[in-house]
Each structure stands twice: as C-alpha cells, then as structure tokens.
Design a protein around this ligand. Structure first.
Ligand SMILES: *Cc1c(COP(=O)(O)O)cnc(C)c1O
Length: 382
C-alpha cells in the first residue's frame, strides 16, 4: 500500500545530530524544517511535534475546550481528532460527509451547531480541500473556531484556498505512511499569533523553556499545564531532508495518481465504479480511492487484488459506529453517507518510488475484475 520515501542526505544529517550531542528537540534541524513548513503552507507559525495526534491534542487544549463544550467533526476520519476532543473533556459531535469527496458536508455542520458548539474540526480527505469557504462562513456567523486536521493535505494550494492556513490551528502528520515522514512526527501550524507562546509552553512540559533559550527570561519554570510534545532532533533531521525533496516527492506521487485516473477511467465507466474526482483537480496525491457500487463489490475487489498480490485497503470505520465513538461522542443527523462511503471504498497502492511496472500490475489486476459478473453470479446463486 505504501512505502516510506528515502531522501538524500538522511544518514549524513543523523550523523551530524549524533556528533553534535544535541539530539533532544528544538535544535538546528527543528528550526530548518519548521522554516520549510512555513514556506510550504503559508502558516504564520510552525511547531514540530511528536505526532499529528499530539498536534491535534494541543489544538483542542489551546482553544480551551472543556467539559460541556462540543466540537463538530466528520465521522469518516481517523480517530485522533476525536481523541483530542475527548482528552480535553469535550464531546465530539459527528456529522455526515459529502458523497463525492468524503469531506464534511457544510449543510450538516450548520444543522449541528448549538449553544455548546465551540469549534468545527475539519479534515481534508486525500488532501482534497473541504468546502472551506462555506465552513469559514458558518464558523464566523456562529462565532466559533475552525480547527484543521491537515494530515493528508500538506502543500495543497488553489484559487482561494491554502490548506494548513485555514484553521486557527492545523495539524500535520509525518508518520511513515504520509507524503512526508520522519518515522513518527507531526507539526502544529498556528495561524493566530496570540496562541504561539502558550503552544510553546504546552509543548515543553508546561515550562517557558523556549523563552529561556531565546534569552527572553533568565530562568525557566512550570508556567501552565503541558506535556512532552517536542520532536527529537534525530527525527527533525530526517524531516528536514524529506521536506527539501517535497516537490520531487509530490511530482512522483501525482504521476502515479494521474496514471490511475486516466488508465482506469474506461474500466470504471464500464463497471459502474466512481474514481476519486477532486473538484478543481486539487489534491495532495496522498491516496487514490474508488467507490464500488456495493459493499459486496468492495469485498470482492479487495479479495481479488490480494489474490493477485496487490495491496489494497478500505478504511475509517465511521467513528459513530465504533466502540469509543458511541461511548464518548454523539451523532448529529443521519450518517448514512459516511457508512456507505466506508463500505464501498477501495484504495490502491501509492508510494513515490513505485515503478511503472508496479503501476501496470495494479492497473491490469483491477482491469481483470468485473463487478457485473459478480453481481450476476451472486443473484443467480441466491
Ligand atoms: C495519520 C493521521 C493522523 C494521525 O497522525 P499521527 O502522526 O500518526 O499521530 C490524524 N488524522 C489523519 C486524518 C491521519 O491520516
């Protein structure tokens, strides 16, 4: 399904960190990688973190989410955004998605807003921008905040939208399944300058050590509640090398994505399958998905691909149907589309160094699969 990219210079940078005897966080590679992220995303400030999950946790704490507050989010997403809400003592309110993109449906968000709503947490599935114009408008009218989970959408930019600079904060992930990775790691992008100092303290075990290192205070101490969210320089060294290759990595990923879209189009038409079709062509080439006509067809295609030696997967058991989601969250309105999306989704392998032969093999394996015979056979059997 995915293989981490090897960027030039990684071993050399790691050696430099080890030689320097400064491998804890906030060194020279942290500064360099943060600067590259500022350039890529246009975010006002960037703090590297130990994971995307931790960046999301920092976000809900920074906006002061507390028991009694609700934060609206998609049910179709990775659990981290929901955990971040629950850890702050607040309640995730799950709303449905748009059927074509898998992103939050602004109409459903609007309907879910109530007196307890503190924020909207938006994820851009596959790096396809959610309808940020509508969401910004809804948030402004309701006097609530917008938080971004931008784990899929690093560097996506188009007319009127730049992912990572939409929310008051945005979380990036550098897990080794993401476009840019450092094993495990993340970043909190901060677009409200008044939050930066508090975020620095939260990341440094609740101390004002960052101010101390800049010579702004003469000693450091416990200033507020925090945790250890600071990325090690060892990880930052790898991250810096990866970010230096961002354009190359994206070019390689888009090339594979474009081949899937073009070469599977006839098959998809013939078989009644919907290929990923980002509005305005904007996406991060993080993943390539297709929606099969039924759950039965999804299972059959996944089996067929696995038997052909091709890794393929679906994902995101909708959070409102998960054990923890039912315990800690609340569903607002119908979530039929989230369930149908997850039941019909198939993702194809995609990694930057995939060879043309690899891509050929995937495409020909998919092309040998016939939804219609499957449906015919099954109904005949019944
Ligand atoms: C990967 C991912 C996360 C979590 O990031 P980690 O760095 O693994 O903690 C959160 N949200 C989404 C949408 C993700 O894909």
């Amino acid at each position: 399904m995915s293989r981490p990219y090897r960027a030039p210079g990684e071993l050399d940078s790691l050696e430099q960190v080890l030689q320097s005897e400064h491998s804890h966080g906030d060194g020279r590679f942290t500064a360099a990688a943060s600067e590259r992220l500022r350039e890529i995303t246009g975010a006002a400030d960037v703090l590297l973190t130990t994971s995307g999950t931790h960046a999301l946790e920092m976000s809900t704490r920074l906006i002061g989410a507390a028991p009694g507050d609700e934060i609206i989010m998609p049910s179709f997403t990775f659990p981290s955004a929901a955990n971040a809400i629950v850890l702050a003592g607040a309640t995730p309110v799950f709303v449905d998605i748009d059927e074509a993109t898998g992103n939050l449906d602004p109409g459903r968000v609007q309907e879910a807003i109530g007196p307890r709503t503190k924020a909207i947490s938006v994820m851009h599935y596959g790096g396809v921008p959610a309808d940020v114009t509508a969401l910004e408008c809804i948030a402004r009218d309701a006097g609530i905040l917008l938080l971004e989970d931008n784990a899929h959408g690093l560097g996506v930019e188009g007319p009127g939208v730049r992912l990572g600079s939409v929310g008051v904060t945005a979380a990036q992930s550098f897990h080794d399944t993401k476009n840019i990775h450092c094993g495990e790691g993340g970043a909190l992008l901060i677009n409200d300058p008044t939050m930066v100092l508090s975020a620095e303290i939260m990341r440094e075990k609740g101390t004002n050590r960052s101010q101390f290192l800049r010579g702004q205070v003469d000693k450091y101490s416990w200033a507020q509640i925090g945790s250890s969210y600071l990325l090690s320089e060892l990880n930052a060294a790898v991250l810096d090398c990866q970010l230096a290759e961002f354009d190359t990595i994206q070019r390689l990923r888009h090339r594979i994505w474009d081949r899937y879209a073009a070469e599977l189009a006839d098959w998809a038409d013939r078989e009644g399958v919907a290929l990923m079709d980002p509005p305005g062509g904007l996406h991060a080439a993080h993943l390539f998905f297709m929606l099969l006509p039924s759950h039965e067809a999804q299972r059959a295609l996944l089996d067929h691909l696995h038997r052909s030696g091709v890794g393929a997967a679906f994902h995101y058991v909708p959070l409102h149907t998960s054990a923890a989601g039912m315990l800690y969250g609340r569903a607002a309105g119908s979530l039929d589309r989230s369930e149908r999306f997850s039941e019909r989704l198939v993702r194809l392998p995609l990694w930057p160094s995939m060879s043309d032969d690899d891509v050929d093999r995937v495409i020909s394996a998919v092309d040998r699969f016939h939804v219609r015979t499957l449906v015919g056979t099954t109904s005949a059997t019944r």
